[in-house]
Design a binder for this molecule. Structure first.
Ligand code: ATP
Ligand code: MG
Length: 579
């Protein structure tokens, strides 16, 4: 440490809110170069390499082959898949001296597909799993929390290439298992959630979320089973349809001064509408209007979404369901242009009767009766029956998901939790193979379109996620597999102990133990102890006061346990620990 390029900080950096960000900067692992752009200092580089090595081992174990592709990718690669346009502001773009355009790769499906196309041509060449560990570039709208959401970051990205869907299934499962092994080796607490896949046209897609209250992703899990899903991916089970026979006819009521669902429900109950039955918010039908613009289209179209009145439309779920279309709320001029829409009193038939779409929450099944707007100011309609008085265009499952809702798998109820997406496994299918016209000749001599998977793992983000889960108020607590060293040897005092610390370090290194020795002169024991706790090496060996009596002290950074013992026993103990 006397020569290490390191300066630890006592104060938290002003721009840091999350523990991982504070500790990585204070511990001298990284330093900010620009917003969302970080330099990795010597200790940080060691940790990054250690993690990359774990990832590499598990990728190689499933038959992955490591490549290294350029970050600088010519426009035409992303053009074929339309992502040159789709990436929008997220892409870093640049020109060469001749004016040719490039993107700094945010992910590399296109380039990998092109490589395979250039080299493989027969079904005998497949399956293949190719990967790289490389810097990625995304001009994130909100870079956040140091390396957690960077604009330049490290990703392991792999791609599988198969001749048929069964092959893709196998490659997907292999990756999923490899990710489980990687995150288990790090001791990370994580959940695997099913993610939305509709947009990219694939089938299965799952995300690995590291559990932490500081995560940006909200997901739900069940109290009764291991069900977990992204909120966007929760599918509410539809109740069975009910008979239409014998239901009362729909009836319009004058309901003055009922601007909110609650005031409407009170009015209905106070005036004994419907023969004195008791209404609740869940008996009302709330119709939310939005306008939607499909990609590449100029026009917006209006559509309505009906949800039970005790729920809201969750805009994130709606956006995910309608992706890649743009969504906006209606403005006054939209109402003016469509006078059949009575703001605040829109019923399903105002839309359906004017050739607009009206989608219903899955709970709005045939035979359910609703109180909703009567398309007339101050009027509501009671007993509007789904399947009898209106037939929705389709189902949109976009109401908010709440704590206590039944779990879609039928066991337990849902509650929300937060996490950080550390990995993503994705059955892409043929989208990129289509763009690249990636085919191989099958055994019958006929060309077959290759099917692909893509699998990302945020190497630099994982480090931050590990720290979010494993730190205390004094510093980082690294899992040994990726720690910058196995043991941090602190020599206190002037000469003798520091010399002894260096000698012990040499002995341990000879036994294959990775060591960091604090041999700084003129630094107080207190500062050295504080630094050792901040840096987070899992085992600390102190050559200090006890040295005169032939004793050193072993501290466990995880449990906090301390023990005095002879230097020889300490060497034995540490060696055994590491092995
Ligand atoms: P997010 O939703 O967090 O923006 P994403 O879904 O866009 O991530 P992917 O395209 O799936 O990310 O990338 C694969 C992995 O790369 C992610 O699972 C995550 O671990 C990591 N990653 C993505 N964006 C960043 C970033 N800006 N900084 C650090 N790691 C990132
Ligand atoms: Mg993702």
């Amino acid at each position: 440490m006397s020569t290490l390029f390191l300066r630890t900080l006592r104060e938290d950096p002003a721009d840091a809110e999350l523990p991982s960000h504070k500790l990585m900067v204070r511990g001298g692992y990284v330093r900010r170069t620009a917003p969302g752009v970080y330099s990795w200092l010597p200790l940080g580089k060691v940790v990054l390499d250690n993690l990359s090595q774990v990832v590499r081992e598990e990728m190689n174990a499933i038959g992955g082959q490591e490549l290294l592709l350029p970050a600088l990718v010519p426009r035409e690669y992303y053009e074929a898949s339309n992502r040159w346009t789709e990436y929008g502001d997220t892409a870093f773009r640049l020109n060469d001296r001749k004016g040719a355009e490039y993107m700094l790769g945010p992910t590399h499906e296109e380039v990998f597909a092109d490589l395979v196309k250039g080299m493989y041509s027969s079904y005998k060449d497949f399956p293949a799993i190719l990967y790289q560990i490389q810097e990625k570039f995304r001009d994130e709208a909100r870079p956040r929390a140091g390396v957690l959401r960077g604009r330049e970051f490290h990703m392991k990205d792999s791609y599988s290439f198969d001749i048929d869907d069964e092959g893709l299934e196998v490659a997907y499962t292999k990756h999923r298992d490899a990710y489980i092994r990687i995150f288990d080796r790090l001791g990370l607490r994580y959940v695997i959630v099913s993610a939305m896949s509709g947009a990219m046209g694939g089938s299965a897609s799952e995300e690995f979320l590291a559990e932490t209250p500081n995560g940006e992703d909200t997901f739900v899990r069940s109290t009764g089973s291991d069900f977990a899903a992204n909120v966007e991916a929760v599918r509410v089970p539809a109740p069975a349809a009910r008979p239409l026979d014998g239901l009362p006819a729909a009836e319009v009521h004058h309901t003055p001064d009922t601007p909110t669902i609650d005031s409407l429900v009170d009015y209905l109950n106070d005036h004994e509408v419907g023969g004195g039955r008791t209404f609740t918010a869940g008996d009302t039908l709330k119709n939310v209007l939005v306008k939607v613009q499909e990609p590449g289209e100029k026009d917006w179209r209006i559509l309505g979404v009906g949800v039970p009145g005790d729920r809201e439309v969750d805009m994130t779920r709606l956006e995910a369901a309608l992706h890649p279309a743009e969504i906006a709320l209606l403005e006054d001029e939209d109402f003016a242009a469509n006078p059949f829409l009575t703001k605040g009193y829109v019923g399903p038939n105002a839309l359906l009767g004017n050739e607009l779409e009206f989608y219903a929450d899955p709970r709005i099944v045939e035979g359910t009766r609703w109180v909703t707007g009567a398309d007339k100011v101050d009027h509501h309609i009671v007993d509007l029956v789904a399947g009898r008085d209106f037939v929705p265009t389709g189902v949109l499952d976009v109401a908010d998901v709440r704590d206590g809702d039944p779990s879609p798998d039928g066991t337990g109820t849902l509650y929300t939790a937060r996490g950080i997406e550390v990995g993503h496994v994705f059955q892409l299918g043929r989208k990129y193979a289509d763009a690249a016209q990636l085919d191989a000749l099958g055994p019958d001599g006929k060309p077959r379109r290759i099917t692909m998977g893509s699998y990302g793992l945020g190497v630099s983000r994982v480090l931050a996620a590990v720290i979010e889960q494993s730190h205390d108020d004094r510093g980082i607590i690294w899992p040994r597999v990726i720690a910058p060293a196995d043991v941090h040897i602190v020599g206190t005092g002037k000469g003798e102990q520091v010399e002894a610390a260096l000698r012990l370090g040499e002995q341990l290194e000879e036994r294959g133990v990775r060591v960091l020795v604090d041999d700084r002169n003129g630094v107080s024991p207190g500062v050295k102890f504080t630094d050792s706790e901040l840096l987070g090496v899992p085992t600390i060996l102190i050559v200090g006061k006890g040295w005169a009596n032939g004793l050193v002290e072993l501290r466990d950074r995880v449990s906090g346990e301390r023990e005095e013992l002879s230097p020889e026993s300490a060497v034995e103990r540490i060696t055994a620990l590491v092995r």
